[in-house]
Design a protein around this ligand. Sequence first.
Ligand code: SF4
Ligand SMILES: [Zn+2]
Length: 135
Amino acid sequence: MYIRRMNNQAARSAPPARLPGRLDREFRTMERMVDIWCRDQHGVDTRHDGPCDECRAFLAYARRRLEKCPYGTDKPTCAKCPIHCYKRAQREQAREIMRYAGPRMTLSHPWLSLMHLVDKVRKVEHPMEARRRKS
Ligand code: SF4
Ligand SMILES: [Zn+2]
């Protein structure tokens, strides 16, 4: 499969501004998972070059979703979210990446992996319910 790769200079350009609180950790977890996926499934040396264009586009999409998440820093894991703001294609892409990279994160990034598990067991309330409860 032909994969267009970012050149090294672009891959090493300044990282985007940090997201607030838990959103930042969630995005870093997603970045690590995409690195694992892209390295193994797309044959990219992600440590050196960063992910391929396709994976980079997915990460940019995931980041935009996080920035607009109606839960803000109280967000559940996307897999447990009753809203599911991802488009169908990206949702399927996220599922595939997590199914593959999730178990592999336990060894390479135990802390992020553990925190993701903790987030998974948090109770999820729809934002509308939360608003009703508070009013
Ligand atoms: S799927 Fe749910 S939790 Fe994930 S970003 Fe979208 S609204 Fe937020
Ligand atoms: Zn890739």
